[in-house]
Design a protein. Structure first.
Length: 135
């Protein structure tokens, strides 16, 4: 079975390299010691969920980029391995959150592009929440 600390660490390294950053630049962006970034990338420590969210945000990647599997069931298995002790309900909520966050990020990236017609599901000016009401 894959060591998920090593897998996630390799994905952190990959995301950092994609944007052309050194470890010190990622550490600075996260306000985290470079030793911590190094430990994550080398699979020495288990990363906290909040830290993984911050890395996804600063590297411009969706959370699923850092987790194996693209299907919800694969993601659930990966999350169980990465975060032992999580209840099924919590894992389901986290997967739903990932999907919403990635949808929101995609909409934000596409907002204002030429030829794009805004939809009623676009981000409202309400602190970044998704406006799902139909207008």
């Amino acid at each position: 079975m894959t060591d998920f600390k090593v897998y996630v660490g390799a994905k952190i390294r990959e995301a950092r390299r994609i944007i052309g950053w050194e470890q010190k630049e990622l550490a600075a962006a996260l306000h985290t010691p470079i030793q911590t970034v190094n430990a994550w990338e080398n699979g020495k420590v288990r990363i906290k969920w909040e830290d993984l969210q911050r890395i996804a945000r600063v590297t411009g990647r969706g959370l699923s980029f850092f987790l194996p599997g693209t299907e919800a069931t694969d993601l659930a298995h990966a999350m169980k391995a990465m975060f032992p002790g999580l209840e099924e309900e919590t894992i389901g909520e986290m997967i739903a959150f990932i999907a919403l966050a990635e949808e929101r990020d995609l909409r934000l990236r596409n907002a204002g592009k030429p030829g794009r017609v805004p939809s009623s599901g676009d981000i409202a000016d309400t602190g970044g929440s998704l406006d799902r009401s139909s207008s």
